[in-house]
Design a protein around this ligand. Structure first.
Ligand code: SF4
Length: 704
């Protein structure tokens, strides 16, 4: 390929946030390679990242023009941007006038850029006057957000990827980085290859690809993580494998953690978790003897009705051993989406405020209001993701604006979501592609520019902020999400939205962070373009960024100490199995697909790995249910059913089945949508759904 132009940017998929180089030849054709200079991946890319050029260049499914239904029962028709904005603003104004600001809501995405997230928040919380803005990050990271706040005072991931190469012990819990964070896993794999004494412990009810690296796989029963972490804590305390000096000097509430840890004997804990006492002791001994210990976790802990408890009980282990704020150690949540972290920084959830300010703090609310010059910020948290669709269903919420996400496939109990969208008075969908099943519910459909077609910033799992340049023009009349938001705000008559570029939005947000713990007032677009990526905080113009937090052992809590938390529930609170629904369904991701496949589903090469949805079952369960490999099974929960091919897996536990969450409707049926089955239970604090546990039965499909 004759190279004409070359741009460095960031992969648009997972929260690892790999650097890529996009080359454009004289004919405009794109190719993608890993960026050798980028500190995260040093030239490596996984299968999804390597095939990004196909996604960027295929415009066959793109939404090219604004479309609008003139009334509910009419089809979408092409309109001008002007008409679309006028109508959207008129309907929003009318609903707000009639029912108040809490009758509208915005549902956004961890794939939005930071500038877009910031603007959506400013518009909603600062000017419309409701905190009803939430994000699909609620579905993946909100339990970790609460866990960090409780333990270290703010939603602050303490460490860097570079700490991986310094650590000698890893506990990977409820995560399969080999498939879901592949480049990070590759770094870990290399580190262990070079240092065979490095120990890896994996906690997972499933034996995943990640277990190939495990010195010990604790294949616990689903939902028993808290009991396991408490048992490990108990052993560490009993055997005096804790850092008492660290605990005394830098932490508070140790006794509560101890009391919780001692609530069960190791024997009771082992029985509850479905593993042996020896396995618990072995894991605890490895952690207790580690010089530098890192815990890594993601959806297996977060997506749970006791997600916060799972988080705090794991965080307790880092505090007990004093393994935080030092090289090669610390707790490390792995973010699912490319900019879930950036969204959390700008307050992109119903329960957050910009720059880690606290919605409960009147001074913080006043600061934000003063800065924006808008309406007083409401104290009460707005509707979270699941609450928003429940409120549409009960007709308390009248209008919803959905940006860059596909809730019809990704939300739990998806049929209820469809019913709620049908009931809504007004639905705006802003997206790049007709592939999203949610677009069909739109009263107004707005064409957004995709990754590579706009500029902005993102923050990856290690707090690294990177600049993404505009590389190609968007197709048709598609516009950057930030521009769509500021033009809508202008149409609504709000002041303070007269931006002309994303960089103006970014500069405003940077100013807002001044003096906070995530201060990036020293980080301009110019610096990002010229000097590369930075880890926050970056509080002045010559500051080099902060690879590791809490090195001085001062935490973001009120008393400056890290805080032990006793889990409120040690036992799982998910729905129960019974004779009618005897199996536990776990849902999750596969290696080569991303979210609801609106992008990866278009790439033929990625379909060669696993082309169709499947149900993973233990051989004993297939035998008991009269099923064989390749049979079509009907899986039924208390919410609905799906039809899917059976795949026998000798390594999955008996009475546990697994189904990927990516597929929506195949051949115009919804029989492969895993979220037909999942339930409405959420963690009571983080409001994250219980995607990893619902009761189902499985039967052979008999053709009528
Ligand atoms: Fe992209 Fe994640 Fe793969 Fe890196 S590991 S190339 S960020 S999908």
């Amino acid at each position: 390929m004759q190279k004409k132009e070359s741009h460095n940017t960031i992969c648009s998929y997972c929260g690892v946030g790999c650097g890529i180089t996009v080359n454009k030849d004289n004919n405009g054709a794109l190719s993608v390679v890993g960026d050798d200079e980028y500190p995260v991946n040093k030239g490596m890319l996984c299968s999804k990242g390597k095939n990004l050029n196909y996604v960027a260049q295929d415009t066959s499914d793109r939404i090219l023009h604004p479309e609008m239904k003139w009334s509910r029962n009419h089809p979408l028709q092409r309109v001008t941007w002007d008409i679309a904005f006028k109508r959207a603003a008129a309907v929003f104004k009318s609903i707000i006038n009639n029912y108040g600001p809490d009758s509208v809501g915005f549902y956004v995405s961890g794939q939005c850029l930071t500038e877009e997230y910031y603007l959506a928040n400013k518009l909603t919380k600062g000017f419309i006057g409701t905190n009803n803005i939430d994000t699909n990050s609620r579905l993946c990271m909100s339990s970790a957000v609460v866990g960090y706040k409780k333990a270290v005072g703010e939603d602050a991931v303490p460490i860097s990827y570079d700490d991986i190469e310094l650590a000698d012990c890893f506990l990977i819990a409820g995560a399969n980085p080999a498939w879901c964070h592949p480049i990070l896993f590759r770094r870990l794999e290399k580190h262990k290859e070079n240092n065979p004494k490095v120990k890896v412990l994996v906690v997972d009810p499933r034996k995943t690809q990640t277990c190939t690296l495990a010195d010990l796989h604790l294949q616990i029963l689903p939902g028993t993580d808290v009991v396991l972490f408490n048992a490990i804590a108990r052993w560490l305390i009993e055997r005096k494998k804790i850092d008492t000096s660290f605990i005394k000097k830098y932490t508070s509430n140790f006794e509560a953690c101890k009391q919780s840890a001692f609530s069960l004997t190791l024997k009771e804990a082992a029985k509850h978790c479905g593993i042996t006492v020896e396995e618990i002791k072995k894991a605890a001994k490895i952690i207790g003897s580690a010089k530098r210990f890192i815990s890594m976790w993601t959806m297996g802990l977060n997506q749970s009705v006791i997600g916060v408890d799972k988080n705090v009980s794991l965080l307790n282990i880092s505090l007990l051993t004093g393994q935080i704020g030092k090289p090669g150690c610390g707790p490390f949540s792995l973010t699912g989406q490319p900019n879930a972290m950036g969204g959390r920084e700008v307050g992109g959830m119903a329960s957050l405020l910009a720059a880690h300010r606290d919605l409960n703090n009147a001074n913080h609310r006043n600061e934000v209001q003063e800065f924006w010059g808008g309406k007083p910020i409401k104290k009460e948290a707005g509707l979270t993701a699941t609450e928003m669709f429940d409120a549409l269903d009960s007709e308390k919420l009248k209008a919803i604006w959905i940006i860059c996400t596909n809730p019809v496939v990704s939300m739990p109990n998806a049929r209820k979501v469809e019913a709620a969208l049908k009931k809504a008075n007004f639905v705006v969908v802003q997206d790049i592609s007709h592939n999203s099943e949610t677009t069909k519910y739109a009263d107004i459909l707005l064409p957004a520019a995709g990754w590579l077609e706009k500029e902005g910033t993102m923050t990856n799992s290690e707090r690294r902020i990177s600049y993404l340049p505009k590389v190609i023009d968007p197709p048709g009349e598609a516009r950057p999400d930030a521009e769509i938001l500021w033009r809508f705000a202008q149409e609504m008559g709000y002041s303070g939205f007269d931006y002309t570029s994303a960089s103006e939005v970014y500069d405003e947000y940077c100013l807002m962070t001044k003096g906070t713990n995530i201060d990036i007032s020293g980080l301009s677009y110019e610096r990002l373009k010229n000097e590369g990526s930075f880890q926050w905080p970056v509080p002045h113009k010559t500051h080099k960024g902060t690879p590791r937090l809490f090195q001085d052992q001062t935490y973001f809590t009120m008393n400056g100490r890290a805080h032990f938390n006793a889990p409120k529930q040690i036992y799982n609170q998910s729905e129960r199995t019974n004779a009618e629904y005897p199996l536990i369904l776990n849902t999750g991701r596969i290696r080569d697909q991303w979210h609801t496949r609106t992008k990866t589903g278009k790439v033929k090469r990625l379909l060669t790995h696993i082309p169709t949805p499947y149900l993973e079952m233990n051989k004993v369960d297939t035998y008991l249910n009269k099923l064989n490999e390749g049979d079509i099974a009907v899986v039924t929960s208390r919410r609905g059913s799906v039809r899917v091919k059976v795949k026998i897996n000798l390594d999955i536990r008996e009475k546990v089945v697994f189904m990927p969450m990516h597929w929506g409707k195949i051949l115009n049926s919804d029989f492969s949508r895993a979220n037909n089955l999942t339930n409405n239970l959420v963690d009571p604090i983080s409001k994250e759904p219980d995607f990893k546990y619902c009761a189902v039965r499985v039967e052979k499909y008999i053709k009528p």
